[in-house]
Design a protein around this ligand. Structure first.
Ligand SMILES: NC(=O)c1ccc[n+]([C@@H]2O[C@H](COP(=O)([O-])OP(=O)(O)OC[C@H]3O[C@@H](n4cnc5c(N)ncnc54)[C@H](OP(=O)(O)O)[C@@H]3O)[C@@H](O)[C@H]2O)c1
Length: 352
């Protein structure tokens, strides 16, 4: 791969999960084999990667911008009506004559029109010979913009005999330290994390990021009648907390009480997630249990990936069994994590 395009991919990965419903994008300006500046998309409503790169060019090098090539992992946007102006306008205003693009923007408002706008204005636009690595970086964005709901990863840990917990509330230790690190990496890459009410009550989980670098995700809870104990760990102020309920629709500091507009959202997860996407800007969601909640996601076919961590021990006395996987999944990946095994499944038809 062209090293500048590869660098765009590295920069795209710097975008934090809080970019939410926006794509992760990296860009750089190169003139005579010298990198003038680099940029990436850092926050929703903030400058897009190509604008960040343009603005990062030191004043002494600005006169070289028209002679530079702009490398960008995703097609520049061309549509107005959002928080930032179209990137194509700024590229043209800067007089940049050549742009190399990793892949087309799946956003129906762009979808090739950004490239077309630049070409019609006389800019030489090239596409990467293989768009797949660039499409992989924006996969959650591509899926969520099409379905207008967050990209959903379901995750649980189960024993070798398929148990995930004890209804008594007594702790069931399943995963070793490598598997725990993996879970915390997953959390650090997710914008939000969701758990069922019984899990909150029985396990009192912290749902933060301790065994990996990164920020704690937004926590999303079900507390329909608002009767959960406010001293539970999930309510700590280290991250925003969205409390789905049917009484209060207001924010108090880090607590966001959320009443769905559409009442069927209480039983239809696609509708609930649609509202979390549109109203709260939630673009990626990790669902960590318990059984009831995970099974709802599986039964209603509202997920994009399933990660199962299977421990080496059995727990014959534990009574909460693992969710039942639908037949139409395909197992894409198996890897050992210490004594645990990680299984990653995808729906057979991701475009369903
Ligand atoms: N091993 C693992 O990875 C793992 C992870 C998490 C949890 N667990 C275990 O799982 C067990 C808990 O699982 P569980 O099946 O009993 O319960 P759960 O899935 O944690 O919570 C279910 C409850 O959440 C609320 N809820 C879920 N979906 C909702 C929706 N769409 N709308 C409104 N409310 C909704 C309901 O509470 P109300 O009916 O009260 O309103 C529902 O009864 C615990 O033993 C825990 O240790 C294991």
């Amino acid at each position: 791969m062209n090293p500048y395009l590869l660098r765009c991919l590295e920069l795209a990965h710097r975008a934090p999960p809080s970019v939410g419903v926006n794509p992760r994008v990296g860009a750089l300006l190169v003139e005579s084999e010298r990198i003038l500046a680099e940029g990436w998309h850092e926050r929703p409503g903030g400058p897009h990667a190509e604008i960040a790169a343009i603005e990062a060019v030191p004043p002494s090098l600005r006169e070289r911008i028209p002679a530079a090539t702009l490398y960008v992992s995703l097609e520049p946007c061309c549509h107005a009506g959002k928080r930032t102006p179209p990137c194509t306008g700024r590229i043209l205003a800067e007089g940049i004559g050549r742009v190399v693009v990793g892949c087309c923007d799946p956003n129906p408002q762009v979808a090739g029109r950004g490239i077309e706008t630049l070409r019609q204005a006389g800019v030489a636009v090239e596409l990467a010979p293989d768009p797949r690595p660039f499409e992989a970086v924006i996969r959650p964005f591509a899926r969520s913009i099409r379905r207008r709901r967050p990209y959903v990863i379901l995750k649980w840990a189960e024993t070798a005999d398929g148990k995930i917990g004890r209804s008594s509330g007594e702790r069931l230790l399943i995963s070793g330290s490598e598997a725990l690190r993996y879970v915390h990496q997953l959390r650090s890459r997710s914008q939000a994390i969701m758990v069922g009410k019984n899990t909150v009550r029985r396990d009192n989980p912290l749902l933060n990021v301790r065994y990996a670098p990164g920020q704690p995700p937004v926590r999303i809870l079900f507390d329909i009648d608002l009767d959960l104990d406010p001293t539970l760990a999930v309510f700590r102020p280290d991250a925003p907390v969205i409390v789905i309920n049917h009484r209060r629709n207001e924010s108090q500091g880090h607590l966001h009480y959320f009443v769905p507009h559409n009442k069927t959202a209480y039983i239809r997860l696609d509708i609930l997630l649609g509202e979390l996407y549109e109203r709260c800007g939630i673009g990626t969601l990790l669902v960590e249990g318990g059984r009831y909640l995970l099974q709802q996601f599986l039964n209603q076919d509202v997920f994009d990936e399933v990660h199962v961590l299977r421990g080496p021990q059995t727990a014959p006395e534990a009574d909460v069994t693992a969710p039942r996987l639908p037949d139409e999944l395909y197992l894409d990946y198996i890897a050992p994590l210490g004594a645990d095994l990680l299984f990653i499944y995808y729906p057979s038809n991701p475009n369903r």
